[in-house]
Structures are given as C-alpha cells and as structure tokens.
Ligand binder design. Structure first.
Ligand SMILES: [Zn+2]
Length: 127
C-alpha cells in the first residue's frame, strides 16, 4: 500500500475511558487534533458524525465525547477550534452536521476558485 507518509505520523488522539449504561468500561481513541490533509478519512468521519464518538463493544451504544479539538485543512486553508457540546440532542446534532456539510462544500469550492484567480492575477502582474 502506497501511503503518503501519513501512516508514519502518529494520530493526535488520546485513549479516553467510557462507562456505558450497560456497565461495561472501555476505552476509545478521541482526537485532540484533526488534520484532514494528512488523514482525509477523518474528514469523512467528522461529516458523518462518527468522529470522537465511542461505541460500546458490549451493547453497541454510542457516546459522543465532548472533547475540544483543533481542526486543520491545509489544502483548503481552513483552521478551526472545535468545542463540542455534550448536551446537544441527536436531532439538533444531525441538523448541525447537515448544515456543516453544506457550508463546508461551499467554502471549499469558493476558496479554490478565489485562490486560483488570485494566483493568476499575481502571476500576470509579476511579468
Ligand atoms: Zn454498553
């Protein structure tokens, strides 16, 4: 498998302990720093709402960790500090996620067009 060196880089996550309602205690990887340029699969997990969500190995219940994390998207020039709220309902959470997906694709599309035109303008001026 030809990876671009991302696998060699340790993921910036911590092991967090969870106690499930069924009585099972387990640990899950919770991210404190997310770099989607190095680990594009994390963007997918974030937009799917499964990032920093622990699943109980015994009963399959899920618990979202209210762990703040730093978000980097070097390619799209995005940087954010994410503060999740634990008390958000599933309905509210899904609404936020769908809004995020829309905003994200718009921002990414607009950004790349702006960047391209700014770059070509600068190049023309230099000549
Ligand atoms: Zn459980």
């Amino acid at each position: 498998m030809a990876e671009n060196g991302a696998a060699a880089q340790a993921p910036r996550s911590i092991k967090m302990k969870f106690s499930c309602a069924c009585g099972t205690e387990f640990t899950a990887d919770i991210y404190q720093s997310v770099n989607v340029t190095l680990e594009p699969q994390l963007l997918y997990r974030l937009l799917a709402g499964s990032l920093n969500v622990a699943t109980c190995p015994n009963c399959g219940r899920t618990a979202a960790a209210a762990q703040p994390f730093v978000y980097h998207d070097i390619a799209r020039g995005l940087f954010a500090y994410v503060l999740p709220r634990a008390e958000v309902s599933t309905e509210e959470r899904n609404a936020i996620l769908s809004r995020l997906r829309t905003v994200y694709s718009c921002a990414a599309a607009r950004r790349s067009t702006t960047c391209r035109s700014a770059l070509s303008r600068r190049r023309r001026r230099c000549r």
